[in-house]
Design a protein around this ligand. Structure first.
Ligand SMILES: [Zn+2]
Length: 489
């Protein structure tokens, strides 16, 4: 029987409950205080039909999802069985970047619908970056009239296509996505990335940078030195205004404020930033970054929200533990380890192997399936227990169309989903591979063509050529040399 994620407990009882093929079996549902854990459920199928009991409405929903998968396995009958199931992590996330390349509302819905089948419950929507700002904001209209338009795209093709790239979501469209997700018990977590990755914001409002010089939204991938000025009070005013409007669209509990890859070159020499550092009695620009995170997290807290930021944001060590969750992608610095090892919440989104925009030759299906998010080097047992969830991001510098997006995410997101719900104690890769073959066929009905089986686990000799092919001309010679070295090992 093909299921993904695998339920925690499944006992076959022998025999079949039969009903007319093409019809739905009768299902009795009940919320019971006997099940304590949120989202947990049990399914009993016997001669009386199908019964689903759960701790809460979400549990009923997940029980019905498992039943939906069971019905994909059988026609006109279901085996007598008992399932008890509960999630390993309450945060089971996937992230889509619509800044580098834009995906339409219908395309986003297709991805959400597919992810929902595997019990994901958090959709982190990356909506602002150097290459485009993608949300309609009334109080700062230039964010879309200017910030959503880049003059061309040059993401490693070796040639600049000279075609303006102009997309954003209206508030109504985003609300439609939020509602579509809500129906599937998925919370949409918007990301407004600050203070770095803000070239599109600064193109719109150059007075918010340290230099005030005019720039354009970026046409290439990378990390850029122009970031929001940390010493200008207008910066926080703009951030709060944008957040306030975004919170009206996204009613969920979490708000993501980025915080990654914010070089301090400008802040180190900017009079406004340096004066602010002195005024606040801070040591340096990194601490100013920590202060900014605290201010924004406090603003969000007043609105009843929890803040998520990438782990560079806690690098200075002065971020308030209250109300902030760290999205752990790369930074195994002492500050990040201290954060987790002091029991502060962490969502594991490790670059290796959870970044779904990298080729299967680098992040194979098997490596994603077997990765244990509670076994990060340097994490204590308290650190491991502070992992509240996992997430797989897909960045889209090199993903230009929906077909490629689907292939990069699926079937790897099945592996992520299994860990997110089922944990690492019951892994069975041989069984999982059979489930994947089954669900890749189902995914076609969802409008998604997954990567073909031969790509899932590229043999070492194929890794380099696949990786180089994927990035085309964007690789530097040094990076290729590094890969060659790795491949030789
Ligand atoms: Zn400044």
């Amino acid at each position: 029987m093909y299921l993904c994620p695998e339920p925690k407990t499944l006992e076959l009882k022998g025999g079949y409950y039969r009903f007319e093929a093409g019809t739905q079996p009768a299902v009795k549902t009940k919320i019971t205080p006997l099940l304590a854990q949120k989202e947990s459920y049990r399914i009993i199928i016997d001669e009386n039909g199908v019964g689903i009991e759960a701790a809460d409405e979400a549990g009923i929903y997940y029980g019905k999802l498992t039943l939906k998968q069971l019905l994909m396995n059988y026609r006109g009958c279901l085996p007598y069985l008992y399932i008890y199931d509960e999630p390993e992590y309450y945060y089971r996330g996937f992230m889509i970047d619509s800044c580098r390349h834009f995906f339409t509302v219908d395309e986003i819905k297709k991805m959400v619908n597919a992810a929902a089948l595997f019990k994901f419950n958090k959709f982190h929507f990356h909506l602002s970056d150097d290459q485009g700002f993608r949300v309609e904001i009334d109080s700062y209209p230039k964010l879309t009239t200017i910030g959503s338009v880049r003059p061309s795209s040059d993401f490693g093709r070796g040639e600049n296509d000279k075609t303006p790239y102009a997309f954003y979501y209206t508030k109504q469209e985003l609300k439609e996505i939020v509602e579509y997700c809500r129906e599937r018990y998925i919370e949409v977590i918007p990301e407004f990335d600050i203070p770095g990755h803000t070239s599109a914001v600064l193109a719109s409002y150059p007075e918010l940078s340290c230099t005030g010089e005019s720039i354009e939204p970026k046409t290439t991938a990378g990390v850029f030195t122009d970031i929001l000025c940390g010493g200008n009070p207008e910066t926080l005013k703009m951030i709060y205004a944008v957040i306030d409007e975004m919170c009206e669209i996204f009613p969920g509990k979490y708000f993501h404020i980025g915080g990654d890859e914010a070089p301090k070159n400008r802040w180190n020499v900017c009079t406004k930033c340096q004066n602010k550092i002195k005024e606040l009695g801070l040591k340096n620009a990194e601490e100013l970054h920590g202060w900014l995170v605290n201010e924004v997290a406090f603003h969000l807290k007043k609105k009843g929200k929890k803040t998520i930021c990438w782990n560079e944001a806690v690098r200075a060590g002065n971020v308030d533990h209250d109300n902030v969750t760290v999205a752990w992608w790369l930074d195994s610095t002492k500050a990040s380890l201290d954060w987790a090892n002091s029991g502060n919440p962490v969502i594991v989104e490790s670059f290796t192997p959870y970044y779904a925009d990298y080729p299967y030759g680098m992040h194979s299906l098997k490596s994603v399936y077997l990765y244990n998010p509670r076994k990060i080097k340097g994490m204590t047992s308290l650190g491991a227990s502070s992992v509240v969830g996992i997430e797989s991001p897909v960045w889209t510098e090199y993903i230009r169309d929906f077909a490629t997006l689907g292939k990069m995410c699926f079937p790897r997101w099945l592996a992520v989903a299994d860990t997110a719900w089922n944990g690492n104690d019951n892994k069975n890769y041989a069984k999982f591979l059979k489930d994947v073959v089954f669900f890749c066929e189902i995914l076609r009905e969802y409008g998604i063509t997954a990567a073909s089986e031969k790509e899932w686990n590229i043999l070492p000799h194929g890794k380099l050529s696949q990786t180089v092919g994927f990035f085309r001309n964007s690789l530097t010679k040094d990076f290729v040399k590094q890969l060659l070295k790795k491949d030789e090992k």
